[in-house]
Design a protein around this ligand. Structure first.
Ligand code: DC
Length: 231
């Protein structure tokens, strides 16, 4: 496997795509980029700088500040995944908090934010040898990616996974509430005007509703092998 390729992984929230992408990158010795973390880092920056006030985003102020926002990743050997850094500060924990979660969707819907982050993502993939996950990787960031996957599972299965995650963190929520939230996020992600979540025409769909992690990994290895053999 000498030839380096670009692997684009898009899909619904809580579909397990980040875990898949991260493990695959490690197996291949590729760089892994979690683009959701980049939108989250911009959201954290906006919150910290008072660009989100009284339930509104100060768009001109955020746009003017974009050149000052530098997002990088550093591999953490302990967790086996990259940590996100915002202007040199590790913010992995902060970007997973509730306040960021509440604001990241509207921030990710802003055209000027998307254009800036897509530019950074394309730069990161210039050397290939990259696995990138998000919502628009196969359609907008790397339409020329050698392998494109679209990962999904039924809303009910994803709600149960999300509920398990929340309970593991000691948070309480009801199944119905989480299911409602999953469906709402699907709707927002796939109907927004800027780069909506959509399967690229040449993406391979993986519905992992009834698959174990091991089955998914075997399936993925097979897809990568097929591409490598054809390259
Ligand atoms: O994957 P995630 O939950 O960390 O993503 C956070 C938010 O960012 C979510 O609202 C979808 C959005 N996002 C996006 O619009 N484009 C991407 N490439 C990645 C994430």
């Amino acid at each position: 496997m000498d030839k380096k390729i670009i692997i684009a992984i898009d899909g619904h929230s809580s579909s397990g795509k980040s875990t898949m992408a991260k493990d695959l990158a490690r197996e291949l010795g590729y760089v892994y980029i979690d683009t959701g973390a980049m939108y989250r880092a911009v959201t954290l920056y906006a919150l910290r700088h008072g660009f989100i006030k009284d339930g509104k985003i100060d768009e001109p102020a955020l746009e003017a500040a974009l050149p000052d926002i530098h997002i990088t990743f550093q591999f953490n050997a302990e967790t086996g995944r990259p940590d996100t850094y915002l202007n040199g500060e590790k913010v992995e924990r902060e970007i997973r908090g509730m306040e960021v979660a509440d604001w990241v969707s509207p921030i990710a819907a802003l055209g000027f934010v998307r254009r800036a982050l897509v530019g950074m993502q394309q730069e990161m993939g210039k050397e290939k040898g990259i696995v990138m996950d998000g919502r628009d990787i196969g359609t907008v960031v790397f339409p020329q990616a050698e392998l494109k996957l679209f990962v999904t599972a039924s809303p009910e299965v994803r709600a149960q996974r999300r509920l398990d995650e929340l309970q593991a963190k000691g948070e309480t929520a009801s199944y119905d509430e989480v299911l409602e939230n999953v469906k709402k996020r699907d709707y927002i992600d796939s109907t927004r005007a800027e780069s909506p979540l959509r399967k690229a025409d040449d993406a391979i769909v993986l519905d992992n509703s009834h698959m174990t992690i091991e089955e998914q990994k075997a399936w993925l290895r097979h897809q990568v092998q097929l591409i490598m053999n054809n390259e």
